[in-house]
Design a protein around this ligand. Structure first.
Ligand code: C2E
Ligand code: MG
Ligand code: MG
Ligand code: MG
Length: 277
């Protein structure tokens, strides 16, 4: 129907199978969010100071393991939760997992450690968000950590002035706001300048194409220049090789995360790392 009238669309077997799979996942997600919170967990991917090698923060990434469907990636279930109007319930689950993890596994006093969560831009308009995040902020404050909210660039572009005000209020409370997957959207410099954000995360597609003399190193360099002009911090994501890391260091990018240093891990193992090394 969306293709317009008088237009036939022929579905291949593969397409309808995919549709059925999506439908099944979607139904399972609705049910699991209601009755099976134990299927959800959170992995933490550390972020490092690329000069000293010190761990300076981490990003919380949600995991869902269904008893029959197995592990479903957030790339699949997050959009489904959005479609089904359940993104708040998902974030609620995320906050529950994080506060539980932080209570069980004591990191000791690691002042200034950042903990970033991903939220969908459309959640910002909803007044429930502040209430939902309250236990997260409170728990982090107890641990002496700084909360960060990551929002994908593409979606930041459509925020209303009221939503921007809300982001500004978060900022006033000491919450950092990051633009995720930077470089994949179409932010104008004027718009970026007006955004109440503090951190820019360079999308991994640019990091992964970093070579000795590639065009992409000039792109990363340009992004660093923009961040510098707007006085934003930068985090490079998706660092997989020593060469990429070296290039980032050379370009004066001081913060990064990626499989080279660490994959998303249960908090427990990170605590062991931090307290043993
Ligand atoms: P993102 O926020 O851009 O997160 C980074 C993704 O890149 C993660 O995938 C992470 O595992 C992966 N990654 C990290 N380092 C590397 C690397 O060196 N190489 C490669 N190839 N990948 C790397 P993940 O965990 O599958 O999450 C995918 C996306 O799902 C996230 O992208 C985020 O947008 C979304 N997401 C995850 N958890 C949540 C959540 O709790 N709430 C919401 N709203 N979205 C979430
Ligand atoms: Mg993110
Ligand atoms: Mg990202
Ligand atoms: Mg992403």
């Amino acid at each position: 129907k969306t293709a317009g009238r008088a237009c036939y669309r022929v579905y291949s077997a593969e397409e309808s199978e995919q549709g059925q799979h999506q439908q099944m996942l979607s139904e399972a997600l609705v049910a699991s969010l209601k009755v099976a919170p134990e299927e959800f967990s959170v992995m933490y991917q550390p972020q490092y100071d690329l000069r000293s090698g010190a761990m300076v923060g981490m990003e919380a990434l949600m995991r869902w393991r269904h008893p029959e469907l197995g592990a479903v990636s957030p790339g699949e279930f997050v959009p489904l939760a959005e479609q089904r109007g359940l993104i708040h319930e998902l974030t609620e689950q995320l906050v529950r997992c994080i506060t539980r993890d932080l209570t069980r596994h004591d990191f000791g006093t690691h002042g200034n450690m950042r903990l970033a969560i991903n939220i969908s831009a459309r959640q910002i308009a909803d007044d429930r968000l502040e209430v939902l995040l309250e236990p997260f902020f409170t728990r982090l404050q107890l641990a002496g950590w700084c909360p960060e909210l990551e929002i994908t660039e593409t979606h930041l572009m459509n925020l209303s002035p009221r939503c921007l005000d809300k982001l500004r209020d978060f900022g006033k409370r000491g919450v950092m706001v990051a633009i995720d997957d930077f470089g994949t959207g179409y932010s104008s410099l004027a718009y970026l300048h007006a955004l109440p954000v503090h951190v820019l995360k360079i999308d991994r597609q640019f990091v992964q194409r970093l070579g000795p003399d590639s065009r992409d190193s000039r792109i990363v360099s340009a992004i660093l220049g923009i961040a510098d002009a707007l006085e934003l911090e930068v985090v490079a994501e998706g660092i997989e090789t020593e060469a990429q890391k070296a290039k980032l260091q050379e370009l004066n990018c001081h913060r990064g995360q990626g499989f080279l240093m660490a994959r998303p891990t249960p908090l427990e193992s990170l605590v062991r790392q931090a307290t043993s090394g």
